[in-house]
Design a protein around this ligand. Structure first.
Ligand code: BDR
Ligand code: CA
Length: 312
């Protein structure tokens, strides 16, 4: 490993944008993926696991362990985003069966073991509901301090949601888990829906570049067909945000952060505002718990994305 090499543990509810984020990590020249842990979210757990394995196969990363985690949120039934990503999470694209099965160890145990046995060596990137991470934290409250940093695609810093009025999907699916993770010690960065709306919108010309990237670009396009169709239904255009790739881009290259600040972040578990992520600015002032990104370098993000899909 060179000094620049980053080693990632990626927790994912592998649907279509998670798969693209995984490719960005797998194909990054200065990154190794230590493990993938899977959680239910976009679609039921079994499909998320299958999608993670297929994605690793696609880029020749069969050696990366894939661990199966929680099949539902801590306290609530699972509510998926199959309406957006398709019943299989991958727009029903014709994909080959994975070449292997997932590892036998539970994802929560894998997170605990990797953190314990290799402290300070890895970066944690979370792309789904935080159920696996929160469960591991209930066993080891210091878990996140054993990672170099935790980058999370979760929440909405401006309180504008994509599921209900105020909540982003990952926070909304398992708000109790998100609250536990926000409160846990350890360096954390939140890449929320607000910054995705502002700086990650994929337009027709971006799709053209994705397709031009070759077979991996074709895969990235095929698995997102239903997201584009959903956007056309919603807004009359296929333009759509790209949340998990944005979080991965930052985890791979902090220089993409244009504006950020540190906040004492909380998560609502009340029904009407379920999953709202908000800062407590009340007095007396509380210690910040999370770095919140509010502006990303959009051109830099897309350049990193296109390079990864081209296999550069
Ligand atoms: C998040 O929800 C999921 O649908 C995406 O994979 C992303 O992690 C965006 O709100
Ligand atoms: Ca996700």
């Amino acid at each position: 490993m060179t000094d620049r090499t980053r080693s990632l543990v990626i927790d994912t509810d592998t649907g279509s944008d998670d798969a693209v984020a995984l490719i960005m990590a797998f194909n990054h020249p200065d990154c190794t993926v230590r493990a993938v842990t899977v959680v239910a979210g976009n679609v039921p757990l079994e499909s998320c696991v299958r999608n993670a394995l297929i994605t690793a196969d696609l880029v020749g990363q069969q050696q990366v362990p894939v661990f199966v985690g929680l099949h539902k949120p801590l306290l609530r039934p699972l509510e998926t985003a199959a309406g957006i990503h398709g019943d299989d999470g991958m727009s029903g694209a014709q994909l080959p069966d994975p070449s292997r099965q997932a590892d036998r160890q539970h994802a929560v145990q894998a997170l605990l073991d990797i953190a314990d046995q290799e402290p300070g060596q890895h970066i944690l990137v979370t792309l789904g509901p935080l159920s696996n991470i929160a469960t591991a934290l209930l066993i080891d409250p210091q878990l996140l301090t054993k990672f170099q940093h935790t980058y999370m695609m979760v929440g909405a810093a401006d309180g504008i949601g994509n599921v209900n009025a105020v909540a982003e999907f990952n926070a909304w699916v398992d708000p109790e888990a998100a609250a536990l993770v926000f409160a846990a010690p350890g360096a954390k960065t939140m890449i929320g829906w607000d910054v995705c709306r502002k700086n990650t919108v994929m337009r027709a010309e971006d799709e053209t570049r994705i397709l031009a990237a070759g077979p991996i670009g074709q895969f990235a396009s095929d698995i997102r067909r239903q997201v584009r169709e959903f956007s056309i239904e919603l807004n009359g255009a296929s333009d759509h945000e790209f949340p998990d790739p944005a979080a991965m881009a930052v985890a791979l290259d902090e220089s993409l952060i244009v504006e950020s600040d540190y906040r004492h972040m909380l998560v609502s578990t009340d029904e009407q505002t379920r999953g709202l992520t908000f800062a407590d600015y009340g007095l007396p002032a509380k210690a910040p718990t999370v770095r919140v990104i509010t502006t990303l370098d959009e051109a830099g993000f897309k350049a990193q994305l296109f390079a990864a899909l081209s296999g550069l």
